[in-house]
Design a protein around this ligand. Structure first.
Ligand SMILES: [Zn+2]
Ligand SMILES: [Zn+2]
Length: 238
């Protein structure tokens, strides 16, 4: 855990987004007018036609509602996380209510990607409206007695993960489809050793290797002082 925190503290600033949004306000990551949904075959990337309402974007500087939630609510909420995963790596949402050395919160399910902090969820609220929450909301409910708005609690209880399976009224026809291991990608990545930015290009056809592992390989080729070690972090979160 110490190594991971150390690694995060050296990460580029875009990884660490501190965000507070009051419950039921319009989703306000103004730079991000798209949602990206990870599915079995790859990713859907689209500008939502649905309205997004914030829930669970807590901050230590702001009071939040607490109180009892229905039996089984926390575990039903946990079932939403990753089913499907939305907006991975948009930002690190760490828990401001836990001690600083414990602030990367793990997913308790052994078969899941370990960290909650990099993901969001979407829950159909009513036609044309989705709740938009950080995955960390499960931790706020289970560890800090956060009680989300009643409409959100109801939406969790009737959640159907098939909202992202096309054809779906939630997925617009112009959604981009990035098929895993097929769609070429370009990305700018800072070298963890020297801080210079490198443009990496992936055409990962026919490989099971993850994008971070390919990135690491390309970075080692381009930067003589790069030892590749810091990419171990990405292998953990991806
Ligand atoms: Zn906490
Ligand atoms: Zn370098």
């Amino acid at each position: 855990m110490t190594n991971l925190i150390g690694c995060l503290s050296q990460s580029p600033p875009y990884l660490r987004l501190v965000a507070y949004f009051a419950d039921l306000t319009p989703y306000a990551y103004s730079h991000f007018d798209h949602d990206t949904v990870r599915l079995e075959w790859g990713r859907l990337h689209y500008r939502p036609r649905y309205e997004r309402l914030n829930v669970g974007w807590l901050d230590a500087s702001q009071p939040f509602g607490t109180g009892p939630v229905p039996d089984g609510f926390a575990s039903a909420l946990l079932d939403v996380i990753g089913n499907p995963t939305v907006n991975e790596t948009r930002g690190l949402h760490d828990c401001e209510f836990c001690p600083p050395d414990a602030n990367v919160i793990a997913d308790p399910r052994p078969d899941r990607r370990p960290w909650l902090a990099f993901r969001e969820i979407r829950l159909p609220a009513r036609p044309g409206v989705m709740f938009a929450a950080p995955a960390l909301i499960w931790h706020y409910v289970s560890a800090h007695a956060y009680r989300p708005p009643a409409e959100f609690v109801e939406a969790v209880q009737r959640y159907d993960a098939d909202w992202a399976t096309e054809p779906s009224p939630w997925i617009p026809p112009d959604a981009e489809r990035k098929v895993r291991n097929r769609t070429p990608m370009n990305m700018m990545i800072p070298c963890g050793s020297c801080g210079r930015m490198f443009e990496l290009h992936f055409t990962p056809v026919g490989t099971e290797r993850s994008a971070p592992s390919l990135a690491s390989e390309q970075l080692i080729q381009q930067c003589p002082d790069h030892d590749g070690k810091e990419w171990g972090f990405w292998d953990k979160v991806r």
